[in-house]
Design a protein around this ligand. Structure first.
Ligand code: AQP
Length: 326
């Protein structure tokens, strides 16, 4: 089996963008690949965060991923900071990474703007740590949403540079692109993000899903109910294509273009369909919340497996780089 590596940051509520763009695909890969899923808490430290909440958010992220279908009996789930080799390999890869390549990264530019003036080196270096995450397990197939394609291209470049400089330690990694496009936030402007408050969480209670959808931005052309719209310009139409039946999607398309339905009608149907998909996830999550030892055991076992592979690969890396081994 080829090995696959994926990561998710414990930066807040895991949302339907993460689910459709990433976790749903990950859950479908379990029988085809040797899948490693990592809660990347070191990455989450690259933007301001509340230290007292980090450990619980990390465990919550594990529970949500399990509730979304990551079955620990068929994959390895672990926490990044529990495997020290991630930071160690990141440093070594830093020594072959051009500054110019990092400075070009769109996510770096966007997040720097969001933060304001006080941008830290960790944010700049984020893609090198991501490369280390992949390379440490000799990951070959990397499932990504389209927002991460640029980082993966850079990871491939860094891995090539390492192999060219020190010898062929790492395999080439390939992106496995999610079929879902980048999910837009309820603000209709930014991508749906944990940190922007423009999301619907996968464990969100039904009433909250209804309320959030009721206030979500739709096609700006539809100011009054009688204004015809263009569904492809409406963020919520895209969500219908994932949560609604073919008949309902046709109803939305025709009703929106002819102004036969209003945005509220459309939102109500979407809300109920979304709730039907999210309810079993929320229920599984609540069961795991009630028994936190299950989650702790999963990450402890995951860390053991991850550490044993990481130690071997790191020994290979150090030998290739000519470091003293005692
Ligand atoms: N809006 C989205 N649409 C589709 N896919 C998405 N992903 C994230 N947002 C969307 C995919 O989710 C995976 C895990 O993402 P991450 O936690 O590593 O970081 P992110 O991409 O920065 O996610 P967020 O929600 O936007 O978090 P914050 O606010 O902390 O930056 C990735 O595979 C990503 O493609």
């Amino acid at each position: 089996m080829k090995r696959s590596f994926s990561g998710i940051q414990p930066t807040g509520d895991i949302h339907i963008g993460n689910y459709l763009g990433a976790i749903k695909t990950w859950a479908e890969m379990l029988d085809e690949y040797d899948c490693f899923f990592c809660i990347v808490d070191l990455h989450a430290m690259t933007v301001p965060y509340e230290p007292s909440a980090m450990a619980q958010r990390t465990l919550d992220a594990v529970a949500v991923n399990m509730a979304c279908g990551l079955d620990p009996a068929r994959c390895t789930i672990f926490v990044q900071s529990q495997v020290q080799e991630h930071a160690e390999l990141c440093w070594i890869l830093d020594t072959v990474t051009p500054m110019g390549s990092l400075a070009r990264m769109t996510q770096f530019k966007q997040k720097s703007e969001q933060i304001g003036g006080d941008v830290k080196v960790g944010l700049f270096n984020y893609p090198v740590l991501m490369t280390a995450d992949i390379a440490l397990y000799k990951g070959e197939v990397i499932p990504v949403g389209d927002d991460q394609v640029q980082h993966l291209e850079l990871a491939r470049e860094i891995i090539r540079k390492f192999n060219n400089t020190f010898g062929p330690v790492f395999p080439e990694c390939q992106p496995l692109l999610s079929k879902a496009p980048r999910g837009m936030g309820l603000d209709g402007v930014n991508k749906m993000s944990k940190s922007l408050g423009n999301h619907i969480g996968v464990t969100e209670p039904p009433e909250s899903v209804r309320q959030k959808l009721a206030t979500a931005v739709t096609d700006p052309a539809r100011v009054k109910r009688t204004d015809p719209g263009e569904p492809t310009k409406c963020n919520l139409y895209h969500l219908h294509t994932y949560f609604s039946s073919p008949d309902e999607i046709t109803w939305v398309e025709e009703g929106c273009r002819s102004a036969g339905i209003g945005c509220l009608d459309c939102k109500k149907v979407l809300a109920e369909n979304m709730i039907a998909v999210l309810t079993p996830i929320r229920e599984r999550y609540e069961q795991l919340q009630a028994d936190p030892d299950v989650v702790r055991k999963v990450v402890a076992e995951g860390a053991d497996r991850a550490r044993s592979i990481a130690a071997d690969v790191m020994a290979e890396v150090k030998a290739a780089a000519g470091l003293y081994s005692g």
